[in-house]
Design a protein around this ligand. Structure first.
Ligand code: AR6
Length: 339
């Protein structure tokens, strides 16, 4: 069910369907429309002729022809006229109608461009917000197993405003630069060794001197019998304590149902760091509890990675909206949260 942002040419997306920002004639044009028709070949136009146009806010489906996707869903966005002419409702309907059509044709993945934000002049930040809202609404209320990609050409489209970007940039710089200054002073230590991802797992284990007694004197079997709560166990406990249902939690975490089932059925499941963080945010954990949960999977949040600092920023500000965080990560060229 997740929603992901990607920077890509939509004609290259290998999803079941891609969405075309078309015009009411459905007979081709510039922008994404032009690119899709060029990549699909002339048969697409032939099929479009049989559709007899499409109204703004509605959607129609054709085959993908030479494109790597099975279907093209053609929708017509609103022309921006200042915002007071029902533009938002029409834009929202483009996303909902396209997703309904995709689900009805058994699609499991769909890629959207930012409809109306080119020739039709819709302000990108507002369009991005409406697109994400409409897609999340659909996914939250639908049983369809759909992964939705929002394909963005430029960073400008992300709704992270200039002021917030500056504030975050300095938050990241303060911590990141401070740490790297320290590292440079310690000449003997190679820079990579400070990077969490470069730490071999074995270094996280206690040294013999600090090892618990059972590790020194007891048998291995005894030691293994005293394993701490695993990541899955802690996650399921926290979900219970939060009062959320499993589905509410994994949907809020932008994680798909299949991945959640794996975590639920395997006590020793080893998640990716982004997955573990997505759950911490969905559960609205504070920083120490987030570190505990990450620790169960062998991860930590450190100041040696911009990604970690951005996550820390949102947790300390108690801002847990994964879409907002993903937009920010996207703007900083960092990996996104969720599946
Ligand atoms: N892949 C992904 N996104 C793209 C691509 C691409 N290949 N090319 C452009 N974009 P627009 P509209 C972005 O103008 O505003 C056509 O002539 C672009 O940066 O394609 O809905 C139709 O026939 C922008 O953010 O669509 C209609 O007449 C977004 O896609 C009219 O334009 C949409 O830009 C529709 O205008």
């Amino acid at each position: 069910m997740p929603l992901l942002l990607v920077r890509e040419d939509i004609t290259r997306m290998k999803t079941d369907a891609i969405v075309n920002a078309a015009n009411t004639s459905l007979l081709g044009g510039g922008g994404v429309d032009g690119a899709i028709h060029r990549a699909a070949g002339p048969e697409l136009l032939e099929e479009c002729r049989e559709l007899h146009g499409c109204k703004p806010g509605q959607a129609k489906l054709t085959r993908g022809y030479k494109l790597p996707c099975r279907y093209v869903i053609h929708t017509v966005g609103p022309v921006w006229q200042g915002g007071g002419h029902g533009e938002e409702a029409v834009l929202r309907s483009c996303y909902t109608q396209s997703l309904t059509l995709a689900a009805a044709h058994g699609c499991t993945s769909v890629a959207f461009p930012l409809i109306s934000t080119g020739r039709y002049g819709y302000p990108k930040e507002q369009a991005m917000q409406t697109a994400q809202d409409a897609i999340m609404q659909f996914l939250t209320h639908s049983d369809a197993d759909l992964t939705v990609y929002l394909v963005v050409f430029d960073k400008e489209a992300t709704a992270i405003g200039r002021e917030r970007f500056k504030e975050l940039q300095s938050f990241v710089d303060d911590r990141y630069v401070a740490l790297h200054k320290d590292v440079r002073r310690r000449d003997a230590e190679p820079l990579e060794a400070m990077h969490e991802d470069a730490l071999p797992m074995a270094q996280a284990l206690p040294s013999p001197a600090s090892a618990p007694n059972f590790m020194v004197s007891g048998s291995l079997a005894e030691a293994l019998g005293q394993l701490d709560e695993s990541f899955s166990q802690m996650l399921l406990r926290l979900i219970d304590e939060s009062g959320m249902t499993d589905a509410q939690c994994y949907k809020k975490a932008n994680i798909d149902r299949k991945l959640f089932s794996k975590i639920r059925s395997d006590l020793h499941y080893h998640p990716k760091k982004t997955t573990a963080i997505a759950f911490a945010l969905a559960l609205e954990l504070d920083l120490p509890t987030t570190q505990d949960l990450l620790g169960k999977a062998g991860f930590t949040l450190s100041h040696s990675s911009k990604f970690d600092i951005i996550i820390e920023y949102f947790i300390t500000k108690k801002r847990y909206n994964i879409l907002e965080i993903n937009e920010t990560l996207f703007a900083f060229d960092q990996p996104l949260l969720g599946a």
